[in-house]
Ligand binder design. Sequence first.
Ligand SMILES: Nc1ncnc2c1ncn2[C@@H]1O[C@H](COP(=O)(O)OP(=O)(O)O)[C@@H](O)[C@H]1O
Ligand SMILES: [Mg+2]
Length: 251
Amino acid sequence: MSLLRVSGISVRIGGLQILDDVSLDVPEGRIVGLIGPNGAGKTTVFNVISGFVAPTAGHIEWRGRRQQWQPHDLAGAGIARTLQAVGLFDSLNVLQNVVLGAQREQHTGAGSFLSSPRMRRRDRELQGRAQSLLEQFGVADAALRMPADLPYPTRKRVALARALMSDPELVMLDEPAGGISAADIAELSTLVRAMKPERSVLVVEHHMDFVMGVCDHIYVLDAGRLIAEGDPASIRDNPAVRVAYLGEAAA
Ligand SMILES: Nc1ncnc2c1ncn2[C@@H]1O[C@H](COP(=O)(O)OP(=O)(O)O)[C@@H](O)[C@H]1O
Ligand SMILES: [Mg+2]
């Protein structure tokens, strides 16, 4: 059963064709990779799904129904996203950052400023859940630290914990392995694999080892077009994929 379907998406910005007829499918309980050289359009695919960028053609389906989300609808729809640039709030400590990921359950509207016993209990529950997610991601010690004081790989783990706070059906990860060491990548692979089958994951990543190790199915984007799709083994052996990556290495 398809959870998310991207159907024939094209994006033109300022006369540039950034995406050209891109279609991909994220089934329930699967980890799907989107790979390709820098500038291929991977983040733009995420931005179209999230409603940050309007496509010039094509549409998005969620459980078989057409959707056009605004960025603030995502958590409510059951989707969480991490950003390529980590994106933690520097003025909040780690625990507070993770609690904020519970957007779709936060009390809002009239009376939310009142600190009723019920709300205090709710806040304690959210903090408890945030703390256990930090434990799950191996960074519980950092709960009361400020993000800016933490090493980059730790911040990336905090961002993953925050993404799970809303109990999403789909987790979209933009370069979770970017800028971290091989040992950290191996641990990260285990953490991401553990997200299924309860959740689906759509992951943009540059690190071939990571992608090959975690994904059930991979799409390859080059200069805004899909050039290949398949399981990790077939992608590894695909000549067009090799050219796209080797071409980049040579450049
Ligand atoms: N808002 C924008 N305006 C103009 N060009 C953009 C915009 N967003 C992305 N691009 C261009 O689109 C291409 C794809 O970008 P991006 O999706 O970030 O690639 P990737 O994530 O694969 O590295 C790049 O050439 C980038 O410069
Ligand atoms: Mg990108």
